[in-house]
Design a protein around this ligand. Structure first.
Ligand code: CMP
Length: 184
């Protein structure tokens, strides 16, 4: 049975600053990932602290949060069979110096801090991290709005209202004549 998973990927400030997002996205696609959703955002330091809370006891925590909130990032939901593990393989080791040839961090990473990409480290964390950036209620309302726009464009176009008006006009004209006939 195929095990299609979704995971969260972040293209970090160092890569966005060097305008590498399209090149990195291409790597995901070439490696069989589907980019289901993406957005370019800049988060606050408080949001970065919340996101990296698991590292709050680590000596590099402060630096890490300053860095992630220092510039625009691209956050993506990517999908593939065994996406969590496959993404971690494609990213390579945390430290670009130790990453295998051909991995994203080896090719684009500058240092252990500026290692260009982040990926969820487990299926459970992937769910938490996806929810962090792509709230399910936001997705629900986005889908609802899409449906409303679709229905509006299909059924409530200008042509629809003109037809409705003409239909009613004919109906009222008919009623009017009917009433005149009865009157006289
Ligand atoms: P990331 O996969 O985003 O998860 C936590 C980040 O902390 C990691 O990538 C690194 O960029 C950063 N980091 C900084 N210093 C270290 C370190 N000594 N060990 C592990 N991660 C570090």
């Amino acid at each position: 049975m195929s095990n299609i998973e979704q995971t969260l990927s972040i293209i970090k400030p160092d890569a966005v600053e060097r305008n590498l997002q399209e090149e990195i996205k291409k790597k995901f696609i070439e490696n069989g990932f589907i980019i289901k959703k993406e957005k370019k955002i800049q988060i606050s330091k408080a949001e970065a602290e919340e996101f990296y809370k698991v590292h709050e006891t680590k000596p590099f925590y402060e630096e890490l949060c300053n860095y992630l909130s220092s510039g625009p990032i691209v956050v993506m939901i990517i999908e593939k069979v065994n996406a969590v593990l496959e993404n971690r393989k494609l990213m390579g080791a945390t430290d670009p110096l130790k990453a295998e040839d051909g991995t994203i961090r080896k090719i684009y990473g500058i240092s252990i801090d500026k290692n260009s990409v982040h990926g969820s480290d487990s299926v459970d964390n992937a769910k938490i991290e996806i929810e962090f950036f792509f709230k399910s209620w936001e997705q629900f309302f986005a889908k609802l709005l899409d449906k409303v726009y679709f229905l509006q464009s299909k059924f409530f176009s200008r042509g629809f209202w003109v037809c409705l008006f003409l239909k009613f006009e004919f109906f009222f004209v008919l009623l009017f004549y009917q009433s005149q006939i009865n009157y006289f």
